[in-house]
Write a protein that binds this ligand. Structure first.
Ligand SMILES: Nc1ncnc2c1ncn2[C@@H]1O[C@H](COP(=O)(O)OP(=O)(O)O)[C@@H](O)[C@H]1O
Ligand SMILES: [Mg+2]
Length: 363
């Protein structure tokens, strides 16, 4: 068992790129933790610090109670899988998978046993005699996983391992990596820039941006209770609608629209002593209909995209403010049509304009 702990970790690249700014993270034993964030936010740097491939500028890294901050990678019992498989092209799959064990002078029988077991787990037993050039992308990625599994790691680290695969294969491998996690029962840290991958795979997600974890929580936490506007906008697609609003007695005014607030929320906003807020609502939470109701706004539809399972619609209020709705299934409308949209009060988010913190969903 391994609990991974980062304590006040800072990483500054010369001359002054402060990539990780005093971050703290505890990854539980056997947890599947996903680090997610836009490209360049420091995910790989964070993972490399856990691996020992990179050292902190200051702060500490613990595996259970052991301080491993400056321990070299080979003493950490970790395995790491990257986007590029880097298999040896002249070796067959069996030799590729057993190579690290051979270097470590593990005896031949034991190597065979472990390679066979990993191959069985990954369903590549029939490929052991092939060379990497004779494999598909997905099969190569399996060999790369197998090469790591045979070393019986206590921690498994992944850095965007599926980025090279086509969309369909990526979804399949996603499922297989999760299955593998259930079987291996070891602590795993998985880095991706893809929020869908993060949502679908993680026990918990840590969202990194601007040198800080913006939120650490379950997929349901970060989707339903985003801590701030960054998380709200990063998780979910299409992205959340945001409207600059002013509080006016019991409603929020945005452009020429007003939104009547539930009593409990009015109370919270009044206590804030400011009157500018951001009203947020996800496209899939907006109701759209060709007929009005007493809570709806009239809008013009400027783009209508039918994707099969859903229809993504861009709308515009009469004052020019625009946003997106995602209607499930087929929504029968075309560009230029009028429609009526409404925002169910249990689905709205309200952010402090200054701090961008989510005021009504503090988690
Ligand atoms: N060895 C390095 N020297 C200088 N800057 C680096 C080095 N490694 C990474 N960086 C910078 O640190 C930032 C984070 O990089 P990285 O951790 O690779 O981001 P991510 O994996 O999230 O895309 C980037 O701005 C990158 O240019
Ligand atoms: Mg990276």
């Amino acid at each position: 068992m391994v609990i991974i702990r980062l304590e006040n970790v800072n990483k500054v690249f010369q001359p002054d790129v402060h990539v990780l700014n005093d971050i703290n993270l505890e990854i539980k034993d056997k947890e599947f933790m996903v680090l997610v964030g836009p490209s360049g936010c420091g995910k790989s740097t964070c993972l490399n610090i856990i691996a020992g491939l990179e050292y902190v500028t200051n702060g500490k890294v613990f595996f259970d109670d052991a301080d491993v901050t400056y321990l070299p990678p080979k003493e950490r019992k970790i395995a790491m899988v990257f986007q590029s498989y880097a298999l040896y092209p002249h070796m067959n799959v069996r030799d590729n998978m057993g190579f690290a064990l051979k270097l470590a002078k593990v005896n031949k029988n034991e190597i065979n046993k472990r390679v066979n077991a990993a191959a069985k787990l990954l369903e590549i037993s029939n490929l052991l005699d092939r060379k990497p050039g004779e494999l598909s992308g997905g099969q190569r990625q399996r060999v790369a996983l197998g090469r790591s599994i045979v070393r019986n790691p206590t921690v498994f680290l992944f850095d965007e391992p599926l980025s090279n695969l086509d969309a369909k294969l990526r979804i399949q491998m996603r499922g297989e990596i999760i299955k593998l996690q259930r079987t291996l029962q070891i602590t795993q840290v998985y880095v991706t820039h893809d929020q869908v991958e993060a949502m679908s795979m993680a026990d918990r997600i840590a969202i990194l941006f601007n040198g800080k974890f913006q939120q650490i929580g379950t997929p349901s936490d970060v989707y339903n209770k985003p801590a701030n506007m960054f998380v709200a906008g990063f998780i979910g697609s299409p992205t959340m609608n945001f409207f600059n609003s002013k509080l006016d007695s019991n409603k929020l005014i945005f452009g020429r629209q007003e939104y009547a607030l539930p009593l409990n929320i009015i109370e919270i906003l009044r206590n804030k002593k400011v009157n500018e807020f951001i009203l947020g609502i996800r496209p899939e939470h907006i109701n759209i209909s060709p007929v009005p109701n007493d809570q709806s706004y009239e809008v013009e539809l400027t783009v209508v995209e039918f994707l099969g399972a859903e229809t993504i619609i861009t709308y515009e209020f009469a004052d020019g403010i625009s946003g997106m709705v995602s209607a499930s299934g087929f929504y029968d409308a075309k560009m230029g049509d009028k429609a009526y949209i409404s925002f169910p009060s249990e689905k709205i988010h309200i952010f402090d304009k200054e701090t961008e913190i989510n005021i009504i969903h503090k988690s």
